[in-house]
Design a protein around this ligand. Structure first.
Ligand code: SAM
Ligand code: SF4
Ligand code: SF4
Length: 334
């Protein structure tokens, strides 16, 4: 298997299917920036599904076994279910997951299950309609998202929920969210607010650390660590002592996990990013659309690119000068 400069393999691929979204979460696509004048990718700029197929085949040769579909909002990409069906049956991907804001999940869950999607992660930051509406920038109440989660569970999906915690905004929702999803046996993952992109007004003071979140939960529930043996794990996993559910802490800021980062990301227009905090990506669309395009050449290029990778932004966050321009989370996919 291919290894990068820090000995990390390439096992996970995240594919952003569109940079568009029907929400405007303040920590991702603040509405003041992503307003009516914001220039999104044109559909002609998106990688076609046939081009993605070629890329996925090359990544599978490199070691990729898991794919996560993301965005922007992946449910907005036309032809999604058919594409998932192809991924599952053409490439025999072991695990296909999707991260979604869940707004349109209730009506799509059955179709996606049938297509071969294995897992769903739904993002929701609060149960309180006012807090949720402020954070999602569109005043949207959590009702539709909760219905989407219930529908996905009903279809037999393993569902996880992502909650970005921001101090002074939704830290009061940690316990209500924990109670709600514990009761339903759903794994809730608390994500530290990250300094992705260029517009979310990130400040260290607004990060609620994983340790603080854990303490908040322990005021009400007895919990035990599931497996903290590997510092390489992305989520620190815990379970409630009564066995009702698990939860996770994604401590990218206060306890980074670059050592275990085996993820590559492809933007909707076909750029390859080897770190969430990169400023630029490798233009694969240009290669795929060249007259002399050759599959072995693509494979060679990807192996050399991963082999040269040395990214570990989160581990160096406090030591390095921030890059002048970082890629946006909504473009590269979370
Ligand atoms: N629209 C989909 C959704 O929200 O689930 C998929 C794309 S979104 C960019 C993927 C994940 O990134 C979401 O769970 C979101 O909460 C997370 N995210 C976005 N901006 C973030 C930030 N500044 N810090 C931490 N997580 C963030
Ligand atoms: Fe859209 Fe997801 Fe970003 Fe929220 S986090 S603005 S739902 S892409
Ligand atoms: Fe991976 Fe970059 Fe995040 Fe480190 S900072 S875990 S290398 S994406």
């Amino acid at each position: 298997m291919i290894k990068d400069q820090l000995g990390r393999g390439l096992t996970d691929l995240r594919i952003s299917l569109t940079d568009r979204c029907n929400l405007r979460c303040s920590y991702c696509m603040p509405k003041e920036i992503f307003g009516p004048d914001y220039v999104f990718l044109r559909k002609a700029e998106w990688l076609r599904f046939s081009e993605l197929d070629d890329l996925v085949a090359a990544f599978v040769r490199l070691g990729v076994r898991k794919i996560r579909l993301t965005g922007g909002e992946p449910l907005l990409r036309p032809g999604l279910a058919k594409y998932i069906h192809g991924l599952k049956h053409l490439h025999r991907i072991e695990d296909i997951a999707m991260t979604t804001n869940g707004l349109r999940l209730a009506e799509r869950a059955g179709e996606l299950k049938l297509a071969g999607l294995d897992r769903v992660t739904v993002s929701l930051d609060a149960l309180d309609p006012e807090i949720a509406g402020t954070m999602n920038g569109r005043g949207v109440s959590p009702r539709a998202v909760l219905a989407g989660i219930a529908a996905a569970q009903h279809e037999g999906f393993q569902v996880k929920v992502n909650m970005v915690v921001e101090r002074g905004v939704n830290d009061g929702e940690i316990l209500p969210m924990a109670r709600y999803f514990k009761q339903r046996g759903i794994s809730l993952r608390f994500i530290e607010f990250m300094d992705v992109g260029n517009h979310n007004g990130w400040k260290m003071e607004r990060v609620v650390s994983g340790r603080e979140i854990l303490s908040a939960i322990q005021t009400e529930f007895e919990v035990e660590a599931v497996d903290l043996s590997s510092s390489q794990q992305v989520a620190k996993r815990y379970r409630y002592a009564d066995g009702s559910a698990e939860f996770g802490l994604i401590t990218s800021v206060t306890q980074p996990f670059c050592g275990g980062c085996t993820r590559a990301r492809i933007s909707a227009d076909g750029k390859l990013y080897t770190c969430l905090f990169a400023s630029s990506g490798l233009d694969l669309k240009q290669i795929l659309r060249a007259n002399d395009y050759d599959r072995d050449q693509l494979f060679g290029l990807l192996s050399r690119h991963w082999g040269a990778r040395g990214d570990r932004y989160s581990e160096l966050r406090s030591q390095t000068k921030q890059a002048a321009h970082k890629v946006e989370m909504s473009y590269i996919g979370g």
